[in-house]
Design a protein around this ligand. Structure first.
Ligand SMILES: *Cc1c(COP(=O)(O)O)cnc(C)c1O
Length: 423
């Protein structure tokens, strides 16, 4: 452990945290295991920047893993939360802000006729799977290798995110009997789709923009084929837009690619930095949830007024015309230069970006794993030393926010030039 004045207080907190939390953290990827070293503790964030407890400043491309599309501590979001808090923090009855946020989500996603708010993306996908099973009266579900859908039992099979980083795609504690009902297929493999007996399947769940093993765009026609096969077989299609919803377009990947899900899961951006998830879709499917129907789902804090307020402020801000073009241009001005500086396989969809440190074309989980993670780790630390915070794992994406300025991008590119040389 290197302790110097640059990270003294973070180190002190880290030693305490290690005594309280397994691995020192409340979510695994925060522990820097994918890049080595110890994480910094953030004291404050504003716009594109983070400040740690030792006063170091970073340009932040993690953006709380996606939610902070407006940048940190956006004044409208902060005001909305303050206003809501003055009226009380939780009621346990319906509240008007739930209705407003629902309206904003349904306007953006034509495929969502009805929805439920929950408290995380994990809850959203877990509930959507149960609902799909209840609706179709089938047990088997299908997912794709390297796609991450939160940490519910049935979905922790060949999952991405921390699962790839730690090379333990299956978690201990998940009964074999649960996992047996989860089939997995490689991404972007058209023939594999034909090998499935779709009449047995309750639902297929996929990230329409796979962004939890790095960023791997789907091949043209893959989603369309999956849409058709699920439909023909009486299976539901769940598009997990927890990252891509309100990120790549207002209506997420469904708007971008012109495709409709039976059920959609959302999270991250729709909570504006507070804990929120949602699942929704066809009214005939959603209407079998309790108290209308036999599929149970509930939440003490679901639809929480503070979380709804942050979501409303964020989505209203994102409804300005031209805002996604602006974000796209900002990300392009970073990535177009970045590609020339950093050697590897580059991917960008809107404001999501990723560089795999490999020479192989990356099309799926197996090819993503050919990346030189040690090289990525050296690059990560080199960037961090220069005040730029990238994801502390090769298998996560970068997020550009509306708060990233042209100056931020210039500063980032200067740092990347030096860091690439140092490699
Ligand atoms: C982050 C994420 C989840 C899980 O959301 P949590 O709020 O972390 O539980 C699910 N699906 C996708 C695609 C995600 O990126």
């Amino acid at each position: 452990m290197i302790v110097n004045s640059k990270n003294e207080y973070s180190e002190k907190l880290w030693q305490e945290a290690l005594g309280y939390f397994p691995g020192g953290v409340n979510s695994p990827v925060r522990a820097f295991r994918g890049v080595g070293g110890d994480p910094f503790f953030t004291k404050r964030a504003k716009g594109s920047r983070l400040w740690d407890v030792d006063g170091n400043e970073y340009i932040d491309y993690v953006c709380s893993w996606g939610p902070m599309i407006l940048g940190h501590a956006h004044p409208k979001v902060i005001h909305a939360v303050q206003d809501a808090a003055r009226d009380g923090t939780s009621f346990g009855t319906p509240n008007p802000r739930e209705v407003r946020l629902a309206q904003l989500v349904c306007e953006a996603f034509p495929s969502i006729q009805k929805l439920r708010f929950v408290n995380s993306g994990t809850e959203a996908t877990m509930s959507a799977i149960r609902l799909a099973r209840g609706f179709t009266k089938r047990d088997k579900i299908l997912k794709f290798e390297g796609c991450y859908h939160g940490h519910a039992d049935a979905l922790l099979v060949k999952a991405g995110s921390g699962g790839v980083t730690f090379d333990v795609p299956d978690s201990a504690g998940v009964p074999v009997d649960f996992a047996r009902n989860t089939l997995t297929l490689p991404l972007n493999n058209f023939a594999a789709l034909d090998s499935v007996n779709w009449r047995d399947i309750a639902c297929a769940i996929i990230e329409p923009i796979p962004a939890n093993m790095g960023l791997i765009p789907l091949k043209p026609g893959f989603l369309e084929k999956l849409r058709k096969l699920t439909q023909d077989g009486g299976a539901l299609l769940i598009l997990d837009e927890v990252i891509s919803g309100f990120r790549v377009a207002r209506g997420g990947a469904q708007e971008l690619y012109g495709i409709q899900a039976d059920l959609t899961t959302l999270g991250k951006i729709i909570g504006g930095g507070l804990p929120v998830g949602a699942f929704g879709g066809r009214a005939d499917v959603m209407d079998i949830l309790a108290p209308n129907g036999p599929v149970y789902q509930a939440g003490t804090l679901s639809g929480n007024p503070l979380a709804m307020a942050a979501g409303i402020a964020t989505l209203e801000e994102l409804s300005q015309s031209g805002i996604y073009q602006k974000l796209d241009q900002r990300a392009a001005s970073l990535c177009d230069e970045w590609k020339k500086i950093v050697k590897g396989q580059h991917a960008r969809i809107g404001s999501l970006f990723c560089t795999f440190f490999t020479d192989r074309e990356v099309v799926d989980y197996a090819t993503a794993k050919t990346s030189d993670t040690k090289r990525y780790a050296r690059f990560f630390h080199s960037m961090l030393d220069r005040g730029v915070y990238l994801a502390p794992s090769q298998f996560e994406v970068g997020f550009v926010s509306l708060a990233h300025t042209e100056q931020d991008i210039e500063q980032t590119l200067r740092a990347a030039t030096e860091a690439a040389k140092a490699l």
